[in-house]
Write a protein that binds this ligand. Structure first.
Ligand code: 3SL
Length: 234
């Protein structure tokens, strides 16, 4: 039977052998939710970049530069990190260079994996279907917050484990922890997350509707995947 494991923070990734695994990177609030939304609205490709200055340089190569630090759009950048900025018709066909506080760092740290996919509640069923068909063991890498574990990414990990569990064996205890967390939160995830550190942080920026949207399952049937340093539709 295939196995599934959950890396609750990118700081723990050295404990896993990713070379033979499909890695699903998740940053529910809000990086991977934005990426999935952008592809669902016709973006051609996204280059995830860990460093903000490196990302800015991509502007001179014709890329739209997007992202945030500590939740706020970076000065001089074209776009920030709200999914609602990636729903316009004008984004069709764009090439975006993207940097975020945690999400793009988690992608960087996952490099070396057999395959890297971008997950969010918005494409939960699409990811589930794909993983059920694939032959490879799975690792969900939660972006967390600056190396620390967070609730929202752990909840997504639990939701995915819950959907796959009948067909896939947990490799360790983290998938069981995540699934239990999800089962206790699934009926009202907004309420469950109301005391989480990142929701409190984002509420200060007045972006309640982003949080609500990012927790909505199955809005889009797309899976972004990393190929030669850039994300494209699978
Ligand atoms: O950390 C990240 O990658 C971001 O998604 C954080 S924020 O939601 O934009 O604050």
């Amino acid at each position: 039977m295939k196995t599934i494991d959950v890396c609750l923070s990118p700081e723990l990734i050295h404990l896993y052998d990713v070379s033979n695994k499909t890695v699903v990177v998740v940053d529910i609030l809000r990086a991977t939710s934005c990426m999935v939304t952008a592809f669902a609205h016709g973006v051609e490709s996204i280059v995830p970049i860990a460093d903000a200055d490196e990302c800015m340089k991509m502007k001179y190569k014709g890329f739209v530069v997007s992202g945030e630090r500590n939740g706020q759009k970076i000065e001089g950048f074209d776009k920030g990190n709200s999914p609602f900025e990636y729903m316009e018709d004008a984004i069709k066909g764009l090439k975006i260079a993207f940097t975020t506080t945690n999400g793009t760092q988690a992608i960087e740290k996952s490099k070396g994996a057999r395959q890297i996919l971008i997950g969010s509640f918005l494409n939960l069923s699409a990811i589930t279907k794909y993983l059920l068909m694939s032959d490879h063991n799975i690792l969900i890498v939660c972006a967390g917050w600056k190396g620390k574990v967070n609730l929202e990414d752990s909840l997504f990990a639990g939701a995915l484990v819950d959907k796959l569990r009948k067909h896939i064996e947990p490799d360790c205890d983290a998938p069981i922890v995540a699934q239990e967390l999800y089962l206790s939160a699934k009926n009202d995830m907004m309420k469950f997350l109301s005391t989480s550190s990142h929701v409190k942080r984002l509420n200060k920026l007045n972006i309640h509707k982003d949080i609500e949207f990012c927790l909505t399952p199955d809005q889009y049937d797309v899976i972004p995947a990393l190929k030669r340093g850039e994300l494209r539709l699978l």
